[in-house]
Design a binder for this molecule. Structure first.
Ligand code: SF4
Ligand code: SF4
Length: 375
């Protein structure tokens, strides 16, 4: 693996300009008070947060709304008229994404399993991935809802990155991870250095989950009252699924604009009542409790069966965005431990005793309480 190189902070604007001259450059920028990954725009403040960009990297590769085909009438006379349809061409121009943290890069690797390495292949998504070089950024702190260390990751994990950088005093340390990454780190502004990022022992254990114990948990059964408890609180607004970097459900629809047609994909949510409704009206998940159960088990059980991996990277965005204070990471961790995720601090032991489990120590007991709103 290549060694570290150093960029002085004062040289960052020039370095970004060099990258932007080689490829379309996407970096975290502030828009309407949130940091999100956007094509470099000199009018917007650039921000490389110490951890967690507010809006995930998912939309760079899998946009909220995406035209996939266009169609319309062709031919001058009525006898010549016909409908022509053409697939949207895949993009090929090179692109560099800089500043994605380990959870977001790992989430994109998971989405690859769904759209590239599965029976269903999405050529537009695959082209977006192939044209992109990711210069990831190691986090220098874990924010209150971050729990990547409980999801087989860490704030300095480089998995899936082509190159990585980390803030270090008066500069940034960069290192290539792949040949693709080495090709974009050839700038003369990057100086050889013997400096290395300090190794850190990151905390873990906030919301640990064992997929096997979820399957075995008495609460995972459809009949358990836990699901109704959660459903009573949840608005099924879908905000958590849109904020989640690994949620990939989408709808396909045809739209008409000025006489021409467009087939588009748009993000959908398994929390919506119409999501699983079939032709003829049958809906296998028509109750809210069935839908919240499906999402929780999907992240840790069904995706393991389908794609060989859990689909939570521990970013905490679902808990941050929820308007009613539902805390998915805490709920799933409690479910994994055989607890009732919505029980209060006072009745946590009571719930365990109802299930025939031994009482908790006081610090464990907090693990099954709802958190205050974190927004
Ligand atoms: S954001 Fe909260 S209220 Fe909305 S669907 Fe998700 S858990 Fe339910
Ligand atoms: S389920 Fe929540 S914590 Fe896990 S990846 Fe999705 S948004 Fe992040």
């Amino acid at each position: 693996m290549a060694g570290w190189k150093k960029l002085a902070k004062s040289d960052l604007p020039a370095f970004l300009a060099e990258l932007a001259s080689q490829a379309e450059l996407v970096v975290p920028q502030e828009k309407n008070g949130k940091t999100r990954f956007l094509p470099l725009d000199s009018a917007r403040p650039i921000s490389f947060p110490s951890s967690l960009v507010d809006v995930s990297l998912k939309s760079v590769f899998f946009p909220k709304r995406r035209p996939v085909a266009r169609f319309g009438e062709k031919g001058d006379s009525p006898s010549e008229q016909r409908i022509e349809c053409a697939a949207v061409q895949s993009p090929f121009s090179p692109r560099i994404v800089m500043g994605a943290h380990p959870c977001d890069v790992s989430a994109v690797n998971y989405v690859d399993r769904v759209f590239v390495h599965s029976a269903f292949k999405d050529p537009l998504y695959e082209a977006e991935r192939n044209r992109t070089t990711i210069i990831g950024m190691a986090c220098s702190e874990m924010k209150p809802e971050c729990h990547c260390t409980d999801r087989d990751l860490s704030p300095d994990n480089e998995r899936g990155m082509d190159a990585v950088f980390v803030e270090a005093g008066d500069g940034y340390l960069f290192r290539a991870v792949t040949d693709k990454g080495a090709a974009v780190l050839k700038s003369g502004l990057l100086k050889e250095t013997s400096d290395e990022p300090a190794k850190r022992d990151w905390p873990r254990g906030k919301y640990p989950v064992s997929p096997e114990s979820i399957v075995q948990s008495p609460s995972s059964s459809e009949a358990d009252p836990f699901w109704q408890e959660v459903a009573d609180l949840c608005l099924t607004c879908g905000a958590c699924t849109f904020a989640c970097p690994t949620c990939t459900c989408f709808l396909v629809s045809d739209e008409r604009h000025d006489g021409a047609g467009e087939r588009v994909t748009a993000w959908d949510s398994c929390q919506f009542s119409g999501y699983s409704r079939m032709s003829g009206g049958h809906n296998p998940r028509k109750t809210k409790s069935a839908r919240v159960r499906n999402r929780m088990l999907d992240k840790f059980v069904y995706t393991v069966e389908k794609y060989g991996a859990t689909s939570c990277v521990g970013c905490g965005r679902c808990a941050i965005i929820c308007p009613v204070g539902r805390h998915f990471p805490r709920e799933i961790a409690a479910l994994s431990r055989g607890l009732s995720p919505l029980s209060s601090e006072e009745n946590g032991d009571c719930t365990r005793s109802k299930r025939g489990l031994p009482p908790l120590s006081s610090d464990e007991n907090g693990g099954c309480t709802r958190s205050p709103r974190t927004r």
